[in-house]
Design a protein around this ligand. Structure first.
Ligand SMILES: NC(=O)c1ccc[n+]([C@@H]2O[C@H](COP(=O)([O-])OP(=O)(O)OC[C@H]3O[C@@H](n4cnc5c(N)ncnc54)[C@H](OP(=O)(O)O)[C@@H]3O)[C@@H](O)[C@H]2O)c1
Length: 391
């Protein structure tokens, strides 16, 4: 059997490492063609030793100086954004898995789409900021996008074999994150360590903070709207603490389909890597007798205003989700560097989107990049302001 040639962008991250774990399990069915990191060359070298790819890319050119030894091993080293994009569009790639964090992923995603690749997409920011453009281009080039995010994967699986025209509602489930039980009073001052202690999922830092603010769910609402071509008011968020149901859909006749599975990102990653097949794997089993009761409730939008901001940005459309995302990335980064308080994150985002100084109609990619730049600049000023006011 011919092995599937896979390229993994963001191989040193949480999703990237889990994808390599799946490759490890199915060594006879996958071949790692290329790997890419931003600057973690130490991890990249270890991965090259184990998986022997033909290509690697390092986005941060200044980190690549110690990679000489890889070149001597016959590995082709690509550098910078251009290098990452070349890796994303390699002729020999059967599947390009995008696990880069942040809006920077838009470049390799578009590169893979334009090369008509099948894309296993973990990154959500690219679709959030430029969903209209990416999806239109993917349709034009017949590039398939298979979501990795557990909620989008669940919806993708529930819609499989069903007519989307008969879809009534998408219910995106959220475990609620590490602060779901934290009283509203005092939430503004919670520490970075508390926020990073997610009760259900082990993930990268940025997305863990996004889970705590519920911005992660907000970004997923925007992402689902684009990926499944569904109107915003058909997408609802439910708090489901057990994180057993990863999302569900309701059809016109009232029938609901839910996807349930163990809380392990390797399952949706494997599904995206093997789609349309399902390969035997005994590692991710869920015993229905041990799940206990499943509960659902409405999210507390006053405690977690970021969710509302995301709906607002999605309603506005155009450059608004891009501004929202840029402000969020800047604010989360400042919080992780202990520069601003947890409570300042939504304040920065709100102030950036309420200015409404972004284009709304016929937004080009250049306009998106300008919006991203302007929103980051404004968000950085706000970060300085809140940092001076004393976290
Ligand atoms: N983790 C999850 O369970 C999960 C679930 C659903 C969706 N997602 C989404 O998946 C994406 C990745 O999340 P993660 O948690 O795996 O993040 P992560 O652990 O922080 O890893 C990010 C990866 O991206 C690489 N990277 C960062 N900037 C880059 C750039 N400019 N060019 C190329 N590579 C770059 C990093 O390389 P270095 O190590 O060199 O910095 C690292 O390999 C995010 O968009 C997230 O929202 C994650």
């Amino acid at each position: 059997m011919k092995k599937k040639n896979i390229v993994i962008l963001g191989s040193s991250g949480s999703i990237g490492e889990n994808a390599l774990d799946i490759v490890r399990q199915f060594k006879d069915r996958f071949h790692v063609l290329g790997l890419c990191v931003n600057s973690n060359t130490k991890r990249l070298k270890a991965q090259v030793k184990e998986f022997k790819p033909e290509f690697v890319a390092v986005a941060d050119v200044s980190a690549a100086s110690c990679l000489g030894s890889l070149g001597r091993l016959g590995v082709k080293v690509l550098l910078g954004r251009e290098g990452v994009c070349s890796l994303a569009s390699l002729k020999e790639a059967d599947l390009v898995l995008v696990a880069i964090v942040g809006s920077e992923a838009i470049f390799p995603v578009l590169s893979a789409v334009r090369a008509a690749k099948t894309i296993a997409l973990a990154n959500k920011e690219a679709i959030v900021i430029a969903g209209d453009i990416v999806i239109a281009e993917a349709k034009k080039k017949k590039a398939q996008i298979i979501p990795i995010d557990s909620e989008q994967s669940a919806i993708f699986q529930c819609l499989h074999g069903n007519s989307k025209a008969e879809l009534e509602t998408i219910y995106l489930t959220a475990s609620g994150g590490p602060l779901v039980d934290h009283p509203k009073a005092g939430i503004d001052k919670v520490s970075v360590n508390k926020v990073l202690a997610h009760p259900r999922w082990k993930m990268g830092k940025k997305i863990t903070v996004d889970s705590a603010t519920l911005m992660n769910k907000g970004l997923e609402v925007i992402e689902a709207m684009h990926l499944f071509d569904v109107e915003l008011d058909k997408i609802k968020v439910l708090i489901h603490r057990q994180a057993i149901i990863h999302s569900m859909v309701e059809f016109h006749d009232g029938s609901m389909l839910a996807q349930m599975a163990a809380t392990d990102m390797r399952l949706p990653i494997q599904y995206a890597m093997t789609y349309p097949e399902r390969w035997q794997n005994g590692r991710f089993r869920m015993d229905p007798l041990r799940t206990g009761a499943l509960s659902f409730s409405k999210p507390d939008r006053s405690k977690f205003p970021c969710l509302e901001f995301a709906y607002e940005a999605a309603r506005m459309g155009g450059g608004a989700p891009c501004a929202l995302n840029a402000a969020n990335e800047v604010a989360v980064d400042a919080f992780l560097r202990h520069k601003i308080s947890f409570g300042s994150i939504p304040k920065v985002i709100e102030k950036v989107i309420e200015r409404k100084d972004f284009p709304i109609h016929d937004v080009s990619l250049d306009a998106i990049f300008d919006t991203d730049k302007d929103a980051r600049k404004r968000a950085l000023q706000l970060v300085e302001f809140y940092a001076k006011r004393g976290r």
